[in-house]
Design a protein around this ligand. Structure first.
Ligand code: PMP
Length: 414
């Protein structure tokens, strides 16, 4: 009713009417009356002011092509170098071990497919886990089609993957092992560093790759402490910009270029650098690096508060283990479909995701791999924090979930 009124009012005001559906008007009402609560930081984060400024600067004052040998190009090149230095500092590596890509999907594809390209005939075995992001899983599926022997380590009956399970999957015919740092759907922290340390000690030639997207700037780690030859991270998960990622390549690691062309990134990744996004990522890293521990402490308090408040709502279950990284909490409200709950919350200005944003439209198999029942998987929501979230926002989420269980039950009974 109110939606129709606003729709009429807005179309009348705009003459011919720029708004052509009542639902658009409803969206305007929602935006006006509900302040936004954003709990979907594992899908993407809001760019910080510093990142926005850096991107704007790279689109205006420093708009040049970093490869150009004139003043405008050199200004752009300085920004590129600054961002590279910041990324190198954050991963504790040399600046010539940092390669900018279009995002972690490209970093993962490059790491896995290119590293195996020339070695797979001699060393046909590759190892990964069953809980990886689709951008890793799809690469292993492709390698399998090409004839590789793919070993996928699955969580045990308790939903755990141990360092020994990963180590035991590797043998002297293994070309590469890829294991994520933090699972994007549950916050589960994998024993990647321990497993890689054991693997490197026994099989120094086996390439170790880590998709560290959900742990970067959240957990204190360095390339050396991970024992990884290759590390993928993404700009838009750390309050930077979309369309940029980094692949760390440890000096001496033999890996074929993935993108061929103009020879940017020391010939490894051709294509003009996405400087606005790269500069934004550099600024975000500069801002977040000194606060990794204090943010982790704050977000741990937020998660404890969330768990306490959720325990006051009948029927809610927590899928994530207490040992999970507190930035991501997977919860289930059996009897309600994830999509129904997600829409209910979204209509009231609260953004969460159902399972993983990357498996939109597709059922996630990862939750079941973690031994979460099919029934719970269907009613799962992922609440993912950043350090800007507050306890007041958690109160609002829990109040709305409580209301949802009442109202959606009523609808079901009718
Ligand atoms: N790996 C993980 C664990 C992720 O969560 C994501 C993003 N959902 C990616 C890789 C892909 O990152 P990007 O969006 O930068 O391609």
């Amino acid at each position: 009713m109110a939606g129709a009124y606003v729709y009429k009012f807005l179309t009348a005001k705009s003459g011919k009417g720029t708004l052509d559906t009542p639902s658009l008007a409803l969206n305007i009402i929602r935006k006006k009356f509900y302040s936004l609560i954003y709990f979907d930081n594992a899908a993407t984060t809001k760019p910080c002011d510093e990142a926005v400024k850096a991107a704007a600067n790279a689109l205006t004052a420093a708009f040049g092509n970093p490869s150009s040998r004139h003043r405008v190009g050199m200004d752009a090149e300085i920004l590129l170098r600054q961002a590279r230095d910041r990324l190198a500092m954050s991963l504790g590596c040399a600046e010539d071990e940092i390669f900018f890509t279009s995002g972690a999907t490209e970093s993962n594809n490059t790491a896995i497919l290119s590293a195996c390209e020339n070695k797979i005939k001699r060393l046909p075995r590759v190892v990964t886990t069953t809980v990886e992001h689709p951008s890793v899983k799809a690469c292993f599926d492709k390698l399998e089609k090409l004839g590789a022997e793919v070993v996928r380590v699955a969580p045990d009956e308790n939903g755990d993957i141990t360092d020994k399970m990963i180590f035991d999957a590797v043998n002297d015919r293994t070309c590469l092992v890829s294991c994520m740092l933090v699972n994007n759907e549950t916050g589960y922290v994998l024993p990647t560093a321990k497993a890689f340390a054991m693997i490197k000690r026994k099989y120094p030639d086996c390439i170790t790759h880590c998709d560290a997207v959900q742990g970067f700037m959240k957990l204190p780690f360095k390339a050396k402490t991970l024992f990884a030859d290759l590390i993928s991270v993404s700009g838009h998960k750390i309050h930077g910009a979309k369309g940029v990622g980094v692949l760390f390549i440890k000096k001496g690691t033999k890996i074929a270029p993935f993108m061929l062309g103009g020879g940017q990134e020391k010939g490894f990744r051709s294509g003009t650098e996405n400087l606005p996004a790269i500069a934004a990522m550099g600024e975000a890293v500069k801002l977040l690096t000194p606060t990794i521990d204090s943010r982790l402490q704050y977000v741990t308090e937020l998660r404890e508060y969330l768990v306490e408040k959720l325990s006051e709502i009948d029927g809610i279950e927590i899928n994530s283990k207490p040992s999970a990284l507190p930035y991501v909490t997977s919860i289930a409200m059996p009897n309600f479909k994830s999509e129904t709950l997600l829409n209910y919350l979204s209509d009231r200005g609260i953004c969460v995701s159902s399972g993983s944003a990357c498996s939109k439209g597709k059922k996630s198999t990862v939750l079941q791999e973690f031994r979460i029942s099919a029934e719970k998987t269907d009613s799962t929501l992922r609440v993912s924090f950043c350090a800007e979230n507050t306890k007041a926002e958690i109160d609002e989420l829990c109040k709305t979930l409580k209301r949802a269980s009442g109202e959606l039950c009523t609808i079901k009974r009718k």
